[in-house]
Design a protein around this ligand. Structure first.
Ligand code: NDP
Length: 485
């Protein structure tokens, strides 16, 4: 197995940085429970060094041409692709996700973001606005300054890149704090950035628990905060950012609906439900965990789904044949077990899974509940684990009303062969990201983000540029200035 211990816990001003006075931060391999690395949380001195470096580097970075900045990002993308195997192994050790997933969805997705925003960096411009009498105005698209990124544990390197790529393309610098559960791959990204030619201080990584995140968010030198995390954390971070009128992007949790009509392609709909609930062992924010199935196809759908669930392969995440890894932590598995117990208590039928297999580590078998009603806890709360709820419905109006009956609004999907109905449904969904006849595809070209309590702002696509830059308006007079006296 590869050595997961990094050179140091943090990466600041272009070099690895250690401060052993910080709280212990052990890294656990979720498939065995073994400690694979020992890190330390950032002390106030480390936080200060990172913010100081980011602030000091920003003006010079912003003064470079967009094309030069983009070239560095694209070089980093190439390095990520070249080292995909090793990076995927690190990500699997850190998260427990099967290697067959990390090889295609983590460092490669990070590389997509760096390539996309690297390509865009040279084309970021303001506009010219002609005014009466020959006067005109123009806008300058300017960087915000120092940005803070805070990540969740399910897609560590992807989250670090989805935040840093647009931030750096726009001329900002960044201090990134990974989730304390998965601190390793952001350090690799930092090393690769600097190998690609990024000036010291432009991208810094500090480790730590929520208090380190809070210290970063409240620092007056920070202009923008982008968080991927839960709604409760989002509320705290958004409030802290608001107190200093900072820019904020909040990518938060969800309880998204996947609506399957009678006329859907059954096999595709079953595949989508599997992907939308069990990929990454269910630890995906946009998962379609409320699967509404129309009465006419309901029984056939449940039968086919439970048959196919027998083919799930739990086990060693490093085995390329494994399709289901462990949960990220013992704590997360306990939470999921609690929800499964609640589902049973409240009267849902556990058709498959939800058991603890005879394996080391934090495994749980994918669970399928039928007979779920809208008021049950498993249909209302984000579980963040492999628990699918199937809810039966009769009519389109009913499906839409029930799909929207949630405080969340991250994502939604619909399966039907009726084109008009598909577009009516997505127009009616109260969600930031929707899919027709597929689920959970998030290419970098497409905006991604939530509505309602699932957050504000968008990542990926040109839309992200709006969230990492600001416009300065400049009025230019071409005529003498007059005054009333
Ligand atoms: P948390 O909300 O627990 O934590 C997110 C990050 O915020 C962590 O790095 C955490 O540090 C940090 N943090 C905690 N408290 C504070 C604070 N007061 N100030 C600043 N930072 C703080 O989420 P999880 O890591 O448990 O991730 C799961 C959640 O993330 C789910 O709700 C999921 O839906 C959501 N998510 C959303 C995505 C999206 O794009 N919309 C994508 C992926 C996940 P620490 O870990 O040390 O507590």
């Amino acid at each position: 197995m590869i050595n997961a211990q990094p050179h140091a816990s943090h990466f600041v001003n272009g070099v690895p940085l250690e401060d052993a006075n910080g709280a212990a931060l052990p890294v656990i391999y979720p498939a065995t429970g073994d400690t694979i690395a020992e890190l330390h949380a950032a002390t106030p001195a480390v936080i200060e060094a990172a913010l100081f470096a980011a602030e000091a580097a920003q003006a010079e970075w912003a003064a470079m041409s967009g094309t030069e900045r983009g070239r560095i990002l694209r070089r980093a993308a190439d390095l990520l692709r070249r080292r995909n195997q090793a990076l995927s192994e690190i990500e699997t050790l850190d998260t427990g996700k099967p290697i067959q997933e990390t090889l295609v969805a983590d460092a490669t997705s990070a590389a997509d973001a760096l390539e996309y925003f690297g390509g865009l960096a040279g084309s970021l411009t303001g506009e010219h606005i002609q005014l009466p009498g020959g006067d005109f105005a123009y806008t300058r698209r300017e960087a915000l300054g120092v940005c803070v990124g805070i990540g969740a544990w399910n897609y560590p390197i992807q989250i670090a890149a989805w935040k840093s790529a647009p931030a750096l393309a726009c001329g900002n610098t960044m201090v990134f704090k990974p989730s304390e559960t998965t601190p390793l791959s952001a350090l690799k990204l930092a090393e690769i950035f600097f190998e690609a030619g990024l000036p010291p201080g432009v991208f810094n990584v500090v480790q730590g628990y929520g208090d380190v995140g809070a210290a970063l968010v409240t620092d007056p030198r920070v202009a923008k905060v982008s968080l991927t995390g839960s709604v409760p954390t989002g509320k705290k971070v958004y409030a802290a950012a608001a107190a200093q009128m900072k820019h904020a992007t909040m990518e938060l949790g969800g309880k998204s609906p996947l609506v399957i009509f009678d006329d859907a392609d059954l096999e595709s709909a079953v595949s989508a439900a599997i992907n939308a609930n069990f990929y990454s062992t269910g630890q995906v924010c946009s998962n379609g965990t409320r699967v509404f199935v129309q009465a006419g196809i309901h029984d056939a759908f449940v039968k086919r789904l439970s048959d196919r669930m027998q083919n799930a392969r739990l086990g060693d995440p490093m085995d390329p044949e494994t399709t289901i890894g462990p949960m990220v932590s013992a704590r997360q598995r306990e939470i999921v077990e609690g929800f499964i117990a609640k589902g049973k208590d409240e009267g849902a039928t556990l058709v498959a899974g939800g058991t603890i297999p005879d394996l080391p580590g934090f495994f749980i078998t994918p669970a399928l509940f039928t007979g779920v009603t809208d008021d049950m806890t498993i249909a209302r709360d984000e579980i963040f684990g492999p628990v699918m709820s199937v809810l039966r419905f009769e009519t389109e109006d009913e499906a839409l009303r029930r799909a929207n009956d949630t405080e969340f609004g991250l994502a939604a999907g619909v399966f039907t062969r009726d084109l008009a109905r598909a577009h009516r449904m997505v127009a009616g969904f109260e969600a930031g990201t929707c899919w027709i006849n597929t689920y959970n595809l998030t290419p970098v070209e497409m905006p991604f983000g939530g509505a309602k309590m699932s957050g504000i702002g968008r990542e990926n696509s040109r839309a992200a540029i709006e969230h990492y830059s600001q416009l300065k308006s400049v009025y230019v007079a071409m005529n003498p200035t007059e005054a009333p006296f």
